[in-house]
Design a protein around this ligand. Structure first.
Ligand SMILES: *Cc1c(COP(=O)(O)O)cnc(C)c1O
Length: 396
């Protein structure tokens, strides 16, 4: 792993980086993991796809995470090769036979998801009729107040889910139900409604459920108005009571974003200023896709090397443009930065732990950002960002 810096300021002083840098704060990740594990009455699975950077996984592991939501065999390998006592849950509803075989026989994976009878048959066939697994049925649910809908790709209807649950029970495996409310969900009622739907499916199937996995979707704190994790837990716990889930049923959740969002910031450099347009060296095809797709809710600040006059202008709104030649690589603001920002300045963009480096490409010859470890726990919050209502309007 890379050197440890005291702060993003020290990264700029020391490296004056030509390429974008990802500043990871292991202390924040560890604390996030401890808090969520303590607050949730069940197993907390980290959704690896959200940020699979090794320093991120190591810090979450250090914070007590022992369960991982892995969606591909490469993610299963990454986790199980490094953390001998961790459990991988293969939560993608569609898996190749090779992937199922390697997961089950090589890596000891015993938790799988299905949303179609052929997938259940595939798993039972590849594992030679294994009866030591938990097979969870992914239920399709309507999108309610998630900024990023995950609707329309996966999931069985309630009637199909009930049939699938009966199939799992008949195979001798433990039965599970799971759903995903959509990412950056800002409404605890989304979980209440989804759990009620689970209740309907369980009654229709007439099975005793062994595992209820409420998925991910818990929000990162971008605007400061998002409900706390505790409020989601309260909605989940009361939902489970309402549908009469027995105490023997194990609860699981699969946070990605909420565990990592605030723990990583990105340092990028300004290459040209054209009025209130800044052309920077990271963008939509690099680690800044969320600036385009989630909106202007990311705090940022100008960072100049120690010894230069610090940026002291009044806040002004800027649109950001990434380094590739593609017009998709634009991030409409307003992003608020000191009005005296200029070519050669670095900007630190906060709360970029989720779906940032994970989505980065090498398109147009752009370099992938290097990881550095930052020991402060200061999470950038100081500048103006969009309100929750503005983001809602944008997502609608
Ligand atoms: C992406 C994903 C997650 C994580 O979602 P977040 O919104 O980042 O919490 C959890 N479970 C499944 C099945 C996913 O696809």
């Amino acid at each position: 792993m890379s050197p440890v810096f005291a702060s993003a300021q020290e990264v700029v002083n020391t490296l004056r980086p030509r390429d974008p840098v990802l500043c990871v704060r292991p202390g924040v990740l560890e604390q996030n993991a401890r808090r969520m594990i303590a607050a949730f009455p069940g197993d907390v699975l980290y959704a690896v796809k959200c940020n699979a950077g090794q320093p991120v996984l190591d810090a979450l592991y250090a914070g007590g995470v022992r369960h991982f939501d892995t969606a591909t065999i490469a993610e299963v390998r990454q986790v199980s090769d490094r953390y001998a006592d961790a459990d991988c849950h293969f939560m993608h509803p569609v898996k190749s036979r090779d992937a199922i075989a390697e997961a089950y026989f090589v890596h000891g994976v015993r938790s799988f998801v299905v949303d179609h009878p052929d997938e259940l048959e595939k798993i039972l066939d590849v594992t030679e009729g294994a009866a030591d697994m938990t097979v969870s049925v992914r239920l399709e649910i309507p999108n309610r107040n998630a900024m990023m809908s995950l609707h329309g790709k996966f999931g069985a209807t309630p009637a199909e889910a009930a049939t699938l649950l009966n199939g799992v029970a008949a195979s001798g495996n433990r039965t599970g139900l799971t759903f995903h409310v959509g990412s950056q969900c800002v409404d605890t009622a989304a979980f209440s409604h989804a759990i009620d739907l689970c209740g309907t499916v369980i009654r229709q199937a007439g099975v005793t459920l062994d595992v209820l996995d409420v998925g991910g979707g818990f929000p990162g704190y971008y605007t400061g108005e998002e409900p706390e994790f505790a409020a989601f837990v309260a909605a989940i716990v009361s939902g489970c009571k309402r549908i009469g889930l027995p105490d023997t049923c194990r609860l699981q959740c699969e946070p990605g974003r909420a565990l990592v969002a605030d723990a990583v910031s990105v340092i990028a450099r300004v290459e040209l200023r054209r009025g209130n347009k800044l052309y920077i060296n990271d963008g939509t095809y690099g680690s800044l896709a969320e600036l385009k797709y989630l909106g202007n809710c990311f705090p940022m600040q100008v960072v100049r090397p120690q010894g230069e006059n610090p940026a002291m202008g009044a806040p002004a709104g800027f649109d950001l443009f990434g380094p590739t030649c593609d017009t998709v690589d634009t991030m409409p603001g307003p992003f608020w930065l000191s009005d005296d920002v200029r070519e050669g300045d670095w900007i630190e963009i906060g709360r970029l732990g989720a779906y940032s480096s994970a989505l980065s490409t090498r398109f147009n010859g752009c370099a992938s950002a290097a990881w550095v470890n930052v020991s402060d726990s200061v999470v950038l919050t100081s500048t103006r960002v969009a309100s929750l209502d503005e983001l809602r309007r944008r997502a609608a």
